[in-house]
Each structure stands twice: as structure tokens, then as C-alpha cells.
Design a binder for this molecule. Sequence first.
Ligand code: ADQ
Length: 448
Amino acid sequence: MAVALKDVLKTNGGLWFGWSGDTLKGPTTGELKAMRHQGIDYATIDLNENDYKGFYAGYSNNILWPLFHFRLGLLEYDRKQAEAYRRVNRDFAKALMPLLGPDDTIWIHDYQLIPLAAELRALGARQRIGFFLHIPFPPWAVFSALPDAEVLLRDLLAYDLVGVQTRRDLAGMANSLQDGLGLELDAGGGVTSLRDGVKRRTQLSAHAIGIDTRGFATTARKAAFGTDAQRMKDSMGDRQLIVGAERLDYTKGLPHRLRGFGALLANFPEHLNRVTYLQVAARSRNEVATYRDLRRELDQLAGRINGDYAEFDWTPVRYVARAVARDTLAGFYRAADVGLVTPLRDGMNLVAKEYVAAQDPEKPGVLVLSSFAGAAESMDGALLVNPLDAEAMAEQLDRALKMPLGERKERWATMMQGLEEQTASRWAENFLAELAEQDVAEPPPAVE
Ligand code: ADQ
């Protein structure tokens, strides 16, 4: 995503605005830090520790993240965090407002910043503002669990265009707007609302994010000759390789994947000592307790499978709990016979796309993909699984490991064609083109 947005900014000009990533001990100064790096202008502000905890770790990551991923049992609501979320969005709006030109287009990203347009509108912003949600959008039956559900839905109506990843998310959002606020979609897929006397139409649409397909394929091709990929291959002998990679997050279905792999070894013993599963899981959000618990669960599961099945010369699960360099990862994808991507919910899932882009066209591997990933909507060549069903995952893994070359090539080619059409740059261009088509809301007529 960052690559695509940087390309847009380099081509069209513009400013990247957001949190600096730094957390201050004292009160936030609200001071803007400006810098120019590789042809792009950045303006960032710091957060103080309280705001970091309330806005970022708290409301965004411990309330909105589980909510939007349908995990109501993990949602720990706290009104103070809701206030911090709003306050920080207001502070961002105040800092951004003086930087805006009258004809600027503003594109806001993701769940941390849903109220930003409403806060900008309150300060008088009349520019076109678009919003893209990178994660799923649940229907009202789930979304209504949030005490601030209606407030957040109304925040969406300050945008001219709201984009989500898939048709499923679009249906979720439309359902939430309808049942939560009583708003019906018009024939063009938009809703009209009134805010401070201004009538605005908000277009809703799905724009699946892609990757830099060609760039990633080239990285993978080169990485295959690198020392990391070579060491990996040497250590495998003639065994097959299954690969998984993600942030260590409970939405990614990592324990389910380990159980699925365990079921493969239990139900299809012909794979014993013939296949290795490499899982690379970059630690993430360690300040949230659920993430620490997940780490413990994975350590136990991986240890148990290895204890049960390992031989003196074979470790079934290789589990690396850290980030690895992008080209190393690309080399691992290319070396792997199966890419195993099994989130319980995921907006899109770029690992699925990267795995396919990284394959050798002459001997491509097979993607085993959760039907709950947004990517499943467009990746027809994958073997789909429900990650909650370990036996079914084992069956699909067995099928993938034994799939004849002809079928592998056919499945890969259809997916690769899709990825070449739906790149990250195309995603950004399409979103911005649709935003440019939206009429700017007219101010109310002046009272004589
Ligand atoms: P994420 O939840 O972060 O993104 P994803 O789309 O899979 O999930 O992107 C992860 C990225 O991190 C990939 O580029 C991957 O290569 C990289 N990565 C994963 N594990 C790594 C590791 N161990 N070491 C190094 N790099 C690693 C959110 C949403 C997704 C949506 C994207 C983009 O949750 O659903 O696809 O935004 O919109």
C-alpha cells in the first residue's frame, strides 16, 4: 500500500500526513514535523503517551480491530478510549486544516481515522474527501455491539467516497447504514445526508487492493539465487515445503493453521518426514494482552506437533516469530510448494497475492486460502478452506501437495492474470478517479 501511495504522490504531487510514530512523554505540542524524502513531502505530528494508549493501542487496536473482524468476545470497550480516539482525530484535523488548498483532494486511510473527515468538515473543509477501509466491514448485527456504532456510521457520511475491499464488505456497510441509521442506498450505490445544513451524497464502492505484481515477481526471481533461499533449500533436501507468513495477529488464524497441519500429519501419514511447514510470524501489537496470549498458544502448538512427529533429522514445523527481510520472504514463497493463508477474517490479505506473484511459472506452487480472506473473492485458482475445519484443511493440503503440474500451472495462470490487472497502482488510480467524479457538496444558500 505504501508503495502505491508513494507512486501516486510522486506522480501527482501532494502531501503525506499522519502520526510520526513517535510518542512523547509530556503533553502533545501539536507541532508539525515537515520533511522531504525521495521526492515526497511529509507532515507528521507526535502523540503523547496517553493518546497513544487511548487512541491507538486502546480504541483502534483493542476495540475497532476486533469489532471489524467479527470478534466481539475480544472487544474491551472503554469510554475514555473512545474520547481519546475522537480527540486525536480532532487534533489531526486541526493540524491538517491549514495545510489544505481549496482544490486539494484528501484521501484518508483506515479505521484509526474514520472521524477525520467529520472533524475537517466541522472546521470548514469543503474539498473532496475519500476514505478507504483496509479491513472488513461487518453487518449491523455485529457492528451494533459498539456503543459508538451510530456515531461512527455518521462519520462516514462526511466523505464523498467510502471504499472497502470486497463486495462482502460493501454489503456489510450498506446493511449497517440501513439498519443503524435508516439510510437506503440510491440506484447508484450512494447515500445522501445532511450535515450542518450541507447536503452531501456519499458514494460507497468496493476497490480490491493489489500489489506491485511485476516488482514482486522480479524480487522473488532474484531472491531464489540469494543465500537465504539457498540455505533454506539445502536444509530441506527433497522434502516439500509449505509456507505461511504474517503479523502475529489473532485474525490470521495461526493456531487453526497449526491444527490443520497437525491433522495432515495424523490423517495422511505418507507426508511424514516428506513435508515441512515454515511459519514466519512477525511480532505485532505486543502491548495488547490478547497478542501475548496468542504467542503463548502458538509456542505450545508448534512444540506439541514437533514433539509428536519430529524425527532425528526432520522438524515438521519451523516457526520463526519475527519479521524477515522482504526479499528473503519472496525467496521462501518461491521455494514453497504450498502457500498456506488461513485468516479467520481479513480485509484482503496481501500475502496470498505475493505468494502467487512469487512463483516460478514453470513449476508454480499451490495457494491454499481461507474463504474468509477478501482475496478469496478474486483468486479463483486457490484451494479454498474454512480454517475452523482442521480435517478439511488437511484434505486441501494433501490435495495441494499431490497436485499434478498441469493443474498447478492452470490455476496459477488464472490468478496471475488477475494480479497483473489488479495492481496496487491500479487500485489507487481507480479510487482517485472515482473520487474525482463525485460532485462537491454545495453549501446551503446564504440567508438574505
Ligand atoms: P495486514 O493485516 O498487515 O494488512 P496483509 O495484507 O497480509 O495484512 O499484509 C501484510 C504484509 O506484511 C505483506 O506485505 C507481507 O509480505 C508482510 N509480512 C507478513 N509477515 C511478515 C514477516 N514475518 N516478515 C516480513 N514481512 C511480513 C491490512 C489488512 C489486510 C489488507 C492490507 C492492505 O488487514 O487485509 O490486505 O491491510 O489493504
